[in-house]
Design a protein around this ligand. Structure first.
Ligand code: PLP
Length: 396
């Protein structure tokens, strides 16, 4: 690229479409070389011309140009003032809860990724933080749980793995002085922008759809308020909760195709949800795009462009049939992840949500027979053929 064309290359404006922003928003050609792909700045430190005279980077725990591009890209897509990236989704969640102080209280959705209540109950509670779990789909329950000590309301919508929804706008209107945090891992900003709906903080396990190819674990937080962004960046450096330049680079690459991937995930999931719903050996299907979904009208209102690639279902024959089904699949992989191009199946009770007590799991609707499917972007006919043969083996 010539010097001239580098100069004329501008960042797209906020009015451009999502796909354009995902590719270009924070990713201008490298100022030093013109490299179109953001370089991996694999460096610990940065030479200073004189003491305190540097180009904005001093040490890679404090800041790294590759990671910064990912942080800026996500902040633009999630409509916040700034972002911060982390080594895992759990470290992103740890960082957000670390904004609280001893004695502070948080209201947490009853149905969230199992690692979140494990972090709250077994670790953060030791530092004097208090938690109340509520069905955040029930606004009265949320309202009742919020006290003057409540600093955060933490929700996941759709929630893992029951797909239970929370009305983000309605919760933002009753949250009083608390900050509303939305784990947006399942839909991504391609389908839902929580800050637009009233959230203060949005976060991701970028391990899932954002990176999308089963190659990294990572996390990200985007903040609506400048002070929260400053506090989180301080905390990130002080606690050392960072992401590596290589993982950030892979995630930037994934982000560029997020829009097309999410469209295909939605299309495939709708086809498979309808197939499962019509199958005589299937007793229950949970997918927000089905008319039978208990919160179908909220789904249509809140999900601007689609309902995502996640669904859960139960087979006739419960746990035993579910186990046999999971091990009879051949194209679909039995694995503990979601949101990648490959279709994956999980048994939440023994895998992703095994850290929860049985009582808490059942209260959250995570029955022993529930099977979670992360629908990938393969040809849907091939997926259906695989599901079909596995159901036939599992349920006689
Ligand atoms: C919705 C959600 N949030 C957070 C996490 C934690 O992310 P990570 O595994 O990247 O630490 C997960 C992991 O499955 C998740 O599903």
């Amino acid at each position: 690229m010539t010097e001239q064309s580098q100069k004329t290359k501008k960042r797209p404006s906020a009015e451009t479409g999502f796909a354009t922003r995902a590719i270009h928003a924070a990713q201008i050609p490298d100022p030093t070389t013109g490299a179109v792909s953001t370089p991996i700045y694999q460096t610990t430190t940065y030479a200073q011309k004189a003491v305190g005279v540097h180009k904005g980077y001093t040490y890679s725990r404090t800041g790294n140009p590759t990671v910064q591009v990912l942080e800026d890209s996500l902040a633009i897509l999630e409509k916040g003032v700034g972002g911060a990236c982390f080594g895992t989704g759990m470290s992103a969640i740890t960082a957000v809860f670390s904004l609280l102080s001893q004695g502070d209280h948080a209201v947490v959705g009853r149905v969230v990724y199992g690692g979140t209540p494990r972090l709250c109950d077994n670790i953060l509670s030791r530092f004097g933080l208090k938690f109340t779990y509520v069905d955040t789909g029930d606004l009265e329950a949320v309202n009742e749980a919020i006290t003057e000590k409540t600093k955060l309301v933490f929700i996941e919508t759709p929630a893992n793995p029951t797909l239970k929804l929370t009305d983000i706008k309605a919760v933002s209107e009753i949250k009083k002085n608390a900050k509303l945090v939305v784990d947006n891992t399942f839909l991504t900003p391609a389908l839902q922008v929580p800050i637009d709906l009233g959230a203060d903080i949005t976060l991701h396990s970028t391990t899932k759809y954002i990176e999308g190819h089963n190659t990294t674990v990572g996390g990200a937080v985007v903040l609506k308020h400048k002070k929260d962004h400053e506090d989180l960046k301080y905390l990130q450096n002080a606690m050392g909760l960072i992401q590596s330049p290589f993982n950030a680079w892979l995630t930037i690459r994934g982000l560029k195709t997020l829009d097309v991937r999410m469209k295909r995930h939605c299309e495939n999931a709708q086809i498979i949800a309808e197939y499962l719903e019509g199958h005589p050996k299937v007793t229950k299907v949970l997918y927000p795009g089905l008319d039978s979904f208990p919160q179908a009208s909220l789904a249509r209102r809140q999900h601007s462009k689609g309902h995502g690639g996640m669904l859960s279902f139960e087979l006739k024959g419960g746990v035993k049939a579910g186990m046999k089904f999971a091990s009879s699949l051949s194209l679909v992989t039995l694995a503990e992840n979601l949101g990648a191009v490959e279709t994956m199946v999980t048994h939440p009770a023994t895998m992703t949500h095994a850290a929860m007590s049985k009582k808490a799991r059942l209260e959250a609707g995570i029955t022993d027979g529930l099977i979670r499917l992360s629908v990938g972007i393969e040809d849907p006919d091939d997926l259906i053929a695989d599901l079909d043969q596995a159901i036939r083996k599992a349920v006689s």
